[in-house]
Design a binder for this molecule. Structure first.
Ligand code: PGA
Length: 248
């Protein structure tokens, strides 16, 4: 908690249009947001430019994915250079939908992390176990392996936020309990201390994602190793403001 600025990311996924996102942006721009929270909105790629132009400068904009090289014959992919050119400074990588719907591997995610950081983007790196993995008792193994694939490609940890998002909690309304979130966040921080450094472990933000709402955010935000949220569904609604203000 000390020194780690609370971080709330919105992941709009493939949702919204100029009208609805414009209205959401207006709500965010007008709201009294906790100045102690860093806020970043993950816009669909085609609306990154739109979001950056409309959102107040103090709210960051993120892409939801990128490719591992700067340009070339890679139909429909977008590069960190393009994301930056549209004024966004973050990218979400390794989201569970990229892993499980689109088959992205730890290796590819690691390459994307390396390239995005080398191009000057900041990275929200996502990790998390499936229900099957949790029931088999391999949550830690899975989460540590995914984190290692990201960590092996990071030199400057001040540019990275780790999002712990149990797959069984994403979009299901089945939020992890505050204790379940805290348990994995604490273990992740110990893993970082052992495998990276004590400094990185104590300074890196580990945020929770998976069915976070205005109703459950305060209790989860009260846990010592939870440094914020990555919010899907609720980030498209006015209640996103309450989640941003969870520690207020
Ligand atoms: P959710 O999504 O809040 O809709 O569960 C979280 C995420 O996928 O980042």
């Amino acid at each position: 908690m000390p020194g780690r600025k609370f971080f709330v990311g919105g992941n709009w996924k493939m949702n919204g249009d100029k009208k609805s996102l414009g209205a959401l942006i207006e709500t965010l721009n007008k709201a009294a947001l906790d100045p102690n929270t860093e806020v970043v909105c993950g816009a669909p790629p085609i609306y990154i430019d739109f979001a950056r132009q409309k959102l107040n400068a103090k709210i960051g904009v993120s892409a939801q994915n990128c490719y591992k090289v700067s340009k070339g014959a890679f139909t429909a992919e977008i590069s960190p250079a393009m994301i930056k050119d549209c004024g966004a400074s973050w990218v979400i990588l390794g989201h569970s939908e990229r892993r499980h719907v689109f088959g992205e591997t730890d290796e590819l995610i690691g390459q994307k992390v390396a390239h995005a950081l080398s191009e000057g983007l900041e990275v929200i790196g996502c990790v998390g176990e499936t229900l099957d993995e949790r029931e088999k008792g391999v949550t830690e193994k899975v989460v540590f392996e995914q984190t290692k694939a990201i960590a092996d490609n990071v030199k400057d940890w001040s540019k990275v936020v780790i999002a712990y998002e149990p797959v069984w909690a994403i979009g299901t309304g089945k939020t992890a309990t505050p204790e379940q979130a805290q348990e994995i966040h604490e273990k992740l921080r110990s893993w970082m201390k052992k495998h990276i450094s004590a400094d990185v472990a104590s300074n890196t933000r580990i945020i929770y994602g998976g069915s976070v709402t205005a109703g459950n955010c305060k209790e989860i935000a009260g846990k010592a190793d939870v440094d914020g949220f990555l919010v899907g569904g609720a980030s498209l609604k006015p209640e996103f403001v309450n989640i941003i203000n969870a520690r207020k």
